[in-house]
Design a protein around this ligand. Structure first.
Ligand code: DOR
Ligand code: ZN
Length: 439
């Protein structure tokens, strides 16, 4: 019969695992039957219905994890990452679906680039890829894109991520226009007059190191503006990589008022803080910057009380030449696809800062809802996208072993407990025990 990786799309029974599916409020020992790429049944005594059985004793079976904030870099920056290497890294990291940001070269601001990404992902990718289109042409913040055209060619959301539209009137028009197509706007919140040439969080450490700081207000004023505009236009807003305590409070209050706003947080903002920058490691240079401890605690609170809906990596691969330079010259960003799940399990779930079922929801049901994907669930009839976790498996993060071209992570050398051990996309096992199937 060959190794499970070779079993392909045949019918398959995942046996003896603990199923956690927040979409159906399931947390129970159940077997999962997969046929023709779909979930057929959750139950017991299903052995006689399967040709192939995989024993998942002591493992957790979840709906496939979704990372809604990934930079794949193709077209244009293939030396940093390609759609192929990015999806391999995603499979290794337990992700069955990713949404990719439009700051490529050329920018994904027109139907040709969106179609190119979607086609390339089908040809070479091993997980589902959902392209995000730009809000403004060439991310310049001057002229809106043809949003309907982006949607009809496969764009699932709109964002100028990496940049931020500074003109509030243009942003208002963006919300109004996006609403016509029921597209969500994902906002990278940054007032460029406030962030200027900043590199790290503004505060004691930036002063001590003599590095220009980025004040939290650079994020907060745009979070406030965009909430106001989403409320005014009755449009949908998603806040990307939220990083400050007051931003969380703004989203909390807006949700209470009934504004259609959601938010994501990265693993690095949840478990690291600005003190890490003290060694001038350019892998800690990220935008928005790592903040203070009080912000980190507020992000955790927001995650737990539902203010923050999901965890997304902001996987931002860069080449060594972009990072092994002076701190002020280094590119912003860190990779995340191959570390997100382990880091969250190790630092939050095992330390009882986030319940396991909550974590699963933040990686499945919630991002699926925000992007309106028919995914994030193990309901009968849905695509058999599945992530299997081993909560006890120990390993050491080693950037050199990443499948991503980007090795830029401050987590290298970290000892972690808990790993994704199997990734199944449309009924096909694309990763098992860290080994990824070639397409
Ligand atoms: O650190 C970051 N890197 N933040 C962003 O917003 C963009 C991203 C990138 O594209 O490298
Ligand atoms: Zn980003």
């Amino acid at each position: 019969m060959g190794s499970p990786l070779q079993r392909g799309k045949m019918n398959l029974l995942l046996k003896n695992g603990r199923v956690i599916d927040p979409s159906q409020k399931i947390d129970a020992k159940l077997d999962v039957l997969i046929e023709k790429g779909k979930i057929v049944e959750l139950g017991n005594n299903l052995d006689n219905k399967a040709k192939s059985i995989i024993d998942l004793t002591n493992k957790i079976i979840c709906p496939g994890f979704i990372d809604m904030h990934v930079h794949l870099r193709e077209p244009g920056y293939e030396y940093k990452e390609t759609i192929k290497t990015g999806t391999y890294a995603a499979a290794r990291g337990g992700f069955t679906s990713i949404a990719c940001m439009p700051n490529t070269k050329p920018v994904a601001d027109n139907q040709a680039v969106i179609r190119f990404i979607a086609n390339r992902a089908k040809e070479e990718g091993i997980v589902n890829v959902f392209p995000i289109g730009a809000i403004s042409k060439d991310l310049k913040g001057e002229e809106l894109t043809e949003m309907g055209e982006l949607l009809s060619n496969g764009a699932r959301a709109l964002s100028d991520d990496g940049k931020c539209i500074q003109n509030a009137d243009l942003m208002r028009r963006a919300f109004e226009y996006a609403k016509l197509f029921d597209l969500i706007i994902i906002s990278h919140c940054e007032d460029f007059n406030l962030s200027k040439n900043g590199m790290i969080n503004e505060g004691f450490i930036s002063t001590k190191l003599g590095l220009i700081g980025i004040p939290k207000a650079a994020e907060e004023v745009i979070v406030a503006r965009d909430i106001q505009l989403a409320e005014f236009t009755k449009s949908r807003l998603h806040i990307a990589h939220i990083s400050s305590s007051y931003s969380v409070e703004l989203v909390r209050q807006a949700k209470k008022r009934g504004v259609n706003v959601t938010a994501e947080v990265t693993p690095h903002h949840l478990v690291l803080d600005e003190s890490l920058v003290d060694g001038f490691d350019t892998n800690t240079k990220v935008n928005p910057p790592l903040r203070g401890e009080e912000d980190r605690i507020a992000l955790l609170e927001g995650l737990n009380d539902g203010t923050i809906d999901c965890i997304a990596s902001d996987h931002a691969p860069h080449a060594r030449t972009d990072k092994e330079v002076e701190f002020d010259q280094a590119a912003f960003g860190m990779v995340g696809l191959e570390t997100s799940v382990s880091v969250i399990l190790t630092k939050l779930v095992h330390h009882k800062k986030l319940a396991l079922s909550e974590m699963v929801g933040k990686f499945t049901l919630n991002p699926a809802g925000i992007l309106k994907l028919d995914k994030g669930t193990l309901q009968k009839g849905k695509d058999a996208d599945i992530t299997v976790l081993d909560l006890r498996k120990e390993s050491v993060i080693d950037a050199n072993s990443f499948l991503s071209k980007g090795k830029n992570t401050p987590f290298s050398g970290w000892k972690v407990t808990g790993l994704p051990v199997m990734t199944i996309v449309g009924g096909k096992i694309v990763m098992e025990d860290g080994k990824v199937a070639n397409k």
